[in-house]
Ligand binder design. Structure first.
Ligand SMILES: Cc1ncc(COP(=O)(O)O)c(C=O)c1O
Length: 395
């Protein structure tokens, strides 16, 4: 067999996907995945919309479509998702994508050559770490504090490395749950202009807010056109429909569209149209009113249980939304604890090292998800995890 391409050198499968395989084996309480709760899916509404689309527009739905995307979806995203956040977007500058992950892949395809430098938050979403590694990017980590990425450090690293791209998740970050403050959002838009650097703003969790005031995306403060905003329907309607979007200048969207032609021709018409109808029928606010209180209740249950059961060596975030709590337990290696967690305690979490471009020194970190587990298992699972950490610390 011929050799695999160099772009696959050192690329391993996603740790989360591996954990999923393990979970299918037994009776494990999992805080590992990032899945929305299956009870969040608007099944009846999607059924009704699908029937309508197949009754009224079957030919269009089942035929090839334009790479640029389903036109009503582009205008619905502009009207119902961007305008309420203070972003006035011409629909020709919006590209529907096959999940927001594809948006990131297209950004890599059009901007990155092998060896180009890319700044990432530390920690950051491991799916995109994989996308960036396959693109051959040289990854440089930017430190964070409680308010997300530290913009002074970001500027220093930009001056030192002159990166082409900064990838960030400003709201209820995956994995940390942290939210970037308003001034930092403005600062990042300024840095994108001043240093002619692309900012890929990945914002799939912005609508999952359970308390506190919403913040505008970095894109609102973009004066240079260097900020690309990625949104997704995965966490607010369904990840299985695989619909997301990119909003950028006409020029960037054109290049991304050309790249997408060579990847998947277009995102599925039917699921784009489901997302479009969902927005145009005004169903999103009701959907968020239904799911956010339930997620907020789960988050509170998790934090309460962590307060009660976790050892004092353990610190963790208290997010206002999203799907994750991030923790660090001094003195423990959370990666090597995974077998005991799953086999003895029958619980699963994701060791934090997977979320770092440079994992050294972050062995004590871990990510917990509260949307994918039954509410009644949260307290029980956190108790078991607290016991595990305390037992290990006492060894
Ligand atoms: C930060 C971030 N970006 C993108 C994605 C994937 O989004 P999509 O399903 O739209 O590809 C996730 C999902 O976990 C995520 O956490």
């Amino acid at each position: 067999m011929p050799a695999y391409a160099h772009r696959m050198d050192g690329i391993t499968g996603s740790a989360i996907r591996e954990l999923f395989k393990l979970l299918s084996k037994g009776d494990i309480i999992s805080f590992g995945g990032g899945n929305p709760s299956s009870s969040s899916f608007p099944v009846e509404q999607v059924k009704e919309i699908t029937d309508y689309l197949l009754n009224e527009k079957a030919e269009q739905m089942l035929q090839y479509g334009a790479t640029e995307g389903y036109a009503p979806l582009r205008s619905a995203i502009s009207e119902h998702m961007l305008k309420p956040k203070g972003v006035d977007a011409d629909e020709s500058c919006i590209l529907p994508t096959t999940g927001s992950m594809q948006g990131m892949d297209l950004i890599c395809r059009i901007f990155l050559d092998r060896g180009d430098k890319v700044l990432v938050e530390a920690p950051t979403f491991l799916g995109v770490l994989q996308t960036l590694k396959i693109a051959g990017a040289e990854l440089i980590s930017v430190p964070s504090d409680d308010e997300g990425v530290i913009t002074e450090d970001l500027e220093k690293l930009i001056k030192e490395h002159r990166p082409k791209l900064f990838y960030c998740i400003p709201t209820f970050q995956n994995p940390s749950g942290k939210t970037l403050g308003l001034e930092r959002r403005k600062a990042i838009a300024r840095l994108a202009a001043e240093y002619d650097m692309i900012v890929a703003e990945d914002d799939p969790y912005c609508d999952l807010r359970y308390r506190g005031e919403p913040l505008p995306p970095i894109k609102k403060f973009d004066t240079s056109g260097n900020v690309i905003l990625l949104n997704s329907f995965s966490k607010i309607i369904s990840p299985g429909i695989r619909v997301g979007s990119a909003y950028a200048t006409a020029d960037i969207i054109r290049k991304m569209t050309i790249a997408k032609q060579g990847v998947d021709t277009h995102t599925a018409n039917l699921t784009q149209a489901i997302a479009a109808e969902f927005l145009m029928r005004g169903l999103l606010p009701g959907q968020l009113e239904r799911i956010c209180p339930e997620y907020g209740r789960r988050l509170d249950a998790m934090l309460d249980a962590m307060d009660r059961y976790f050892p004092e060596e353990c610190a963790y975030t208290r997010p206002e939304g999203g799907l994750f709590v991030w923790g660090e337990c001094r003195g423990l290696d959370m990666l090597s604890l995974v077998p005991r967690a799953t086999e003895e305690k029958k619980i699963a979490y994701i060791p934090g090292v997977h979320f770092y471009a440079q994992p050294e020194g972050h062995e004590g970190t871990f990510r917990l998800n509260f949307s994918g587990t039954a509410f009644e298992n949260i307290d029980k699972g956190m108790k078991l995890m607290g016991e595990l950490m305390k037992e290990e610390l006492a060894r």
